[in-house]
Design a protein around this ligand. Sequence first.
Ligand code: AMP
Length: 276
Amino acid sequence: MLIIKDISNLKLYLSAFEKKDYSIGYVPTMGALHKGHGELINKSKEDNQKTIVSIFVNEKQFNNPDDFASYPRNKGLDYNLCDQFNVDVIFEPSSKEIYEEKEPMLTNKHFKNILCDKSRPGHFDGVITVLNKLFSLVKTHKVYFGEKDYQQLKIVQSFIQESFPNLTLLSVPTVRQEEGIAISSRNENLSKKQLQEFIEFHKKTSQFISKLDSNMEISEANNLSKKFIDSQNLERFDYFEIRNSNNLTTDGVVSQARLFYAIFKGKIRLIDNLII
Ligand code: AMP
């Protein structure tokens, strides 16, 4: 496994395989890798001859400096996980190198003013700004994203169609802990009590959606979700709502939808989406 830190070495590596006409898969990450990232790597390994994982904690997508500072970082473990999953290359650029050329900030135009875009203004501008840079450096044919960050997946899909038409996005279903919650690097920051409360909340949420009639209008189901979430007495949440999986509107019926939530345990923001 190669660990490449500068852009010039990455270009050298890629040019060698371009000549051989190898297919290369790319998995962009912010590190603190776990089995969820592992699934993306596995999928890329199935589809391609080489797999590149990038590790870059992108300051521009954090609208809260504390959140950026406390984002889990564990280099040694990340290298181990990549090694276990037989990654070919880790690309680990510095912030200086990624943003050296005063990368212009892009503005996201898709799926705006809802869900995470509403509660984290500017977050997706930061996401597409860094991906614009990374996709132009890590020139591959296929890129892998998780359904865990479903709105991000939809936004990146639209962005790729517009700006990188030769790149194909492949998505991977959310990998979950035994207890049902999505595996996430943020779970590591939860206290034992917070983790237990979160698991309990997730269980109740799963029970709530399992009782919804699949033919019910999404708008009507959202009246019930509002009642449900109000009854949970959460300390804080950003959203808890059902939306059409295809266009993220509230049009259509429940069988076409997912339930999206962003809740807080202390300062830790936890997001998930569940197929109904
Ligand atoms: P991150 O490092 O959090 O930016 O995530 C990198 C990629 O891994 C994104 O495409 C995420 O959606 C995906 N991902 C994170 N957690 C999971 C999970 N539990 N299951 C599947 N994909 C995930």
